[in-house]
Design a protein around this ligand. Structure first.
Ligand code: PLP
Length: 392
């Protein structure tokens, strides 16, 4: 065997567990939104580590922030404070627009949602309302509030007291409210479910309902946060503020970092000993996050994300194989007219573009937020070429 990708695949199979299957290509180098595999093939990375590498690969600002921090101070545990965690918490607080928000740092989206779940228990209530089709993570707590049967069924029984209601259904949410409900958790856009966008007004209605019933409202912005939708958090266009925001993915600019931001009364539920994480809010990950946010702010990237959304939606929807294009900012779901999404993304990959299929008929793109106009044009050109090969 001489193909270096295949060699890596065999080594993977022999030494890593089979929970992801063995990837066919092995990426060895990246720069911005370009990546190269072990055979030297170049790809345009339109998945960005699944909505994670907001500044792409090897961004000079991240490299210098991470290097500076690693030179200055490494891991300190939670027995001591360090400046980067405080600076980042202050920055996130500022971005929420709330003067009484407080942050808990962890390492991933599942952990951020676990933290929200534990926080909600401290309200004295136990029930959780979540939505069908949602994805909140793979740990037992996060999986218990994830509304996807395929991911849950091998691990039953999960936590009790979780009710799943249809997404985007205000009536169902109203029916599910009671004095026993501790929290309602919802993604502003269901990412893993195929970039499903609720009607305008849904999040606001949830805010009104939860406030009326004394229920904590948690917006899981793990996929829709940190500028992905052209806003800092994927719910801002509704003009509402939840009690809890969970973040991960883009937050660390590619390093593992999650956050659970509690706002208002919810911010005082945790007390010393309530929760913790050894690595949560590590100095290097926080330095990377601060540098990412600074770059997005200084360069006005969020406005650019909104403009690129319009271009991509317009151009992609011109392909006859496309039934609809949905999403917000640079989190876009392309609904195909036929159930060929898996074959379609293999064809994109063979033409040097990375994307993924969330189901048989939906392709998701979530490129780095720093993609250039020419990279957008290149994506559209390759997308059209592949699409044309299916047109009869
Ligand atoms: N919540 C949402 C909305 C997600 O999209 C994901 C991951 O895709 C998670 C939670 C879980 O994040 P992690 O894989 O970092 O645990």
């Amino acid at each position: 065997m001489t193909n270096k990708n295949q060699i890596q695949q065999e080594r993977w199979k022999a030494s890593l567990q089979n929970n992801y299957g063995a990837p066919e290509i092995s990426l060895v180098e990246g720069s911005g939104a370009q990546v190269w595999d072990a055979e030297g093939n170049e790809y345009l990375d339109f998945l960005g580590g699944i909505a994670t590498n907001i500044l792409g690969h090897a961004h000079p600002d991240l490299i210098s922030a991470i290097t500076r921090q690693a030179n200055e101070l490494g891991h300190v545990s939670n027995l001591y404070s360090h400046p980067r965690a405080i600076e980042l918490a202050e920055k996130l607080k500022e971005l929420t627009g709330s003067t009484n928000a407080r942050v808990f740092f962890c390492n991933s989206g599942a952990e951020a949602n676990e933290a929200a779940l534990k926080l909600s228990r401290l309200s004295g209530r136990k029930k959780v309302v979540s939505t069908l089709g949602s994805f909140h993570g793979r740990t037992i707590g996060a999986l218990s509030i994830t509304g996807q049967v395929t991911k849950r069924k091998a691990f039953l029984p999960l936590l009790k007291d979780v009710t799943f209601i249809p997404f985007n259904d205000v009536k169902a949410a109203k029916k599910a409210m009671s004095k026993k409900v501790a929290m309602v958790i919802v993604e502003p856009i269901q990412g893993e479910n195929g970039v499903v966008v609720p009607d305008l007004g849904y999040l606001k209605a949830l805010r009104e309902l939860t406030s009326k019933h004394g229920v904590l409202l948690v917006f899981d912005c793990v996929q829709t946060g940190m500028g992905r939708t052209g806003e800092w958090f994927g719910f801002e266009h509704e003009g509402v503020v939840p009690d809890v925001i969970t973040l991960a993915k883009g937050l660390g600019g590619g390093l593992p970092l999650g956050a659970m931001i509690a706002i208002g009364k919810a911010s005082s539920l945790f007390e010393p000993g309530s929760h913790g994480s050894t690595f949560g809010g590590s100095s290097v990950a926080c330095a990377s996050a601060l540098a990412s946010i600074k770059f997005l702010e200084d360069q006005g990237i969020l406005e650019r994300v909104k403009a690129l959304e319009l271009t991509l939606k317009l151009e992609i929807s011109k392909s006859p194989m496309v039934a609809s294009v949905r999403g917000s900012g640079l989190l876009i779901g392309i609904v195909l007219r036929e159930p060929i999404a898996k074959k379609f993304i293999t064809d994109l990959q063979n033409n040097g573009v990375l994307a993924n299929a969330t189901s048989d008929s939906v392709i998701r793109i979530a490129p780095p937020l720093i993609i250039s106009n020419s990279q957008v044009s290149h994506f559209v050109e390759i997308f059209r070429k592949v699409s044309a090969s299916y047109e009869r």
